[in-house]
Design a protein around this ligand. Structure first.
Ligand SMILES: C[S@@+](CC[C@H](N)C(=O)[O-])C[C@H]1O[C@@H](n2cnc3c(N)ncnc32)[C@H](O)[C@@H]1O
Length: 444
């Protein structure tokens, strides 16, 4: 497997092991009734400090226990005018680089610095991630290629799920020279045992489920396999006949001799060559009521179709998310407007939209899912967790880490306002007002 090398890598590769275990000190607790000096026992936590130390401090209690990690690290755009340094030039990080990488750190390029900063933090995140968990990392073109390579190394290339394109600005940014960039990246890696919960059925798919029977709405999907490994020789046991009686409409996958009027239906490509069914014979026998026979248009041949129900056995069908996430709710503008409503104008430059993080969370099925964001910024991840709980009544909790001096005045303050039930523009869509419940503890 190709591995990325950069100046300083040898100094940071095992650095996470040398980071001392510090004890987190609880400063105060907060819930709907206000701030308390005594611990309110909430699982939620906002930590003020460098995430390297914070993640190490979390390790004894949370190793292998975090179900979902969302991080949005500095993109390394070089921008120094924001409330945080987007060029790995925060004086605390510069000092840390000097200590860890030594004299050589003066010669590091901006990419070397960023990689030195990220690598040990990703190592700790990997140890915190549950085997059934999943991590999402927002990034843009400045470091996407480098991030992919170090994540392959840290999480294992077999655990790479997707480099999702999130359309952050549909019109495209005007500041780039040749291309009006309209998307950012969201790298998704899974723990080895992750099982996706899928996502809510998008409206455009719902329209396809327009057929109905006594079990509800469904659409027809050909039972013959499509795509790779769909030939008879790829899966000989998936090549078997159905018997269909066009008069009675009876269909069977049983290996019985057919009656005089019965027709044999085999999985055939349009050119007549042998294909394979998607279901084995046993499944077809057990779920025969979910199959339907139709005459194929223009071929005067029968074929078998699966009735794919919108709800099966009381469970709503949840499709896989696509590799492009597009919608006004995911845009940078949505994040900015949302934060402005809660905190006023100009407190933080690059907030994500809570809908984006809720979409990530929806793919994790655990009802008491533990969510970690170690580059918390304005606290969008906590907002998303509280909103998601308010919507479906589940009991997710969050751990946030923020280095900036605004960890209390912005990150924690946003969470306090959301918990209290922010009294902002209370329109029907402003779900921030209903994201009540759940306390938090502020640690440093
Ligand atoms: C791109 S912003 C995150 C924005 C966030 N997703 C939101 O929606 O508001 C990156 C954040 O990471 C923080 N950060 C950078 N280095 C850090 C470190 N070593 N430890 C903790 N936080 C750090 C920065 O201060 C900044 O607030």
């Amino acid at each position: 497997m190709p591995e990325l090398n950069w100046v300083g890598k040898d100094k940071v590769i095992t650095h996470h092991l040398d980071v001392p275990y510090r004890v987190l000190e609880r400063q105060y607790s907060f819930d709907e009734t206000g701030q308390h000096s005594e611990d309110n026992g909430s699982e939620n936590m906002i930590i003020h400090g460098d995430n390297l130390e914070a993640l190490k401090a979390l390790l004894p209690r949370y190793e292998g226990r975090i179900d979902c990690i969302y991080i949005d690290p500095p993109y390394n755009t070089g921008n120094e005018g924001w409330v945080y340094s987007d060029a790995v030039n925060d004086p605390r990080i510069k000092k840390w680089l000097g200590q860890v990488v030594g004299k050589e750190s003066e010669d590091l390029s901006r990419h070397d610095k960023w990689l030195c900063m990220m690598y040990p933090r990703l190592r700790l995140l990997q140890r915190l991630l549950a085997p059934t968990g999943v991590i999402f990392i927002s990034i843009d073109d400045n470091e996407a290629a480098n991030l992919k390579l170090i994540c392959d190394e840290v999480f294992g290339s077999a655990c790479f799920v997707a480099d999702i394109a999130v359309v952050s600005n549909l019109k495209g940014r005007s500041n780039a020279k040749y291309i009006a960039t309209a998307h950012e990246h969201l790298m998704m890696y899974r723990g080895p045992d992750f099982v996706s919960n899928g996502v809510v059925m998008p409206d455009e798919y719902l329209k396809e489920y327009k057929l109905r029977d006594e079990l509800g709405g469904y659409r027809l999907q050909g039972l013959r396999k499509r795509g790779a490994a769909s030939r008879r020789e790829d899966a000989p046991n998936l090549f078997y006949p159905f018997s269909y009686n066009p008069v009675s409409g009876e269909l069977t996958a049983d290996p019985v001799s057919t009656g005089a009027d019965d027709i044999t239906i085999l999985p055939k490509f349009p050119d007549g060559s042998d294909g394979a069914w998607r279901w084995g014979r046993k499944t077809a026998q057990e779920r025969i009521n979910e199959l339907e026979v139709k005459l194929v248009k223009g071929r005067n041949e029968y074929d078998v179709y699966q009735k794919e129900y919108l709800n099966r056995n009381g469970e709503e069908r949840r499709p896989k998310p696509k590799s492009i996430w597009q919608g006004s709710e995911f845009s940078s503008e949505a994040g900015t407007l949302e934060l402005k409503k809660i905190m006023g104008k100009g407190v933080f430059e690059t907030p994500k939209s809570s809908a984006l993080i809720e979409y990530c969370l929806s793919q994790v099925s655990k009802p008491d899912c533990l969510v970690l964001d170690s580059f918390a910024g304005s606290g969008t991840t906590a907002h998303a967790v509280l909103k998601a709980n308010a919507v479906d009544g589940q009991n997710r909790s969050f751990i946030l880490v923020e280095l900036g001096d605004y960890a209390d005045t912005v990150t924690a303050e946003r969470v306090r306002r959301v918990i209290k039930g922010f009294k902002g523009t209370q329109t029907g869509e402003d779900r921030s007002v209903s994201a009540r419940g759940g306390g938090t503890r502020f640690m440093s």
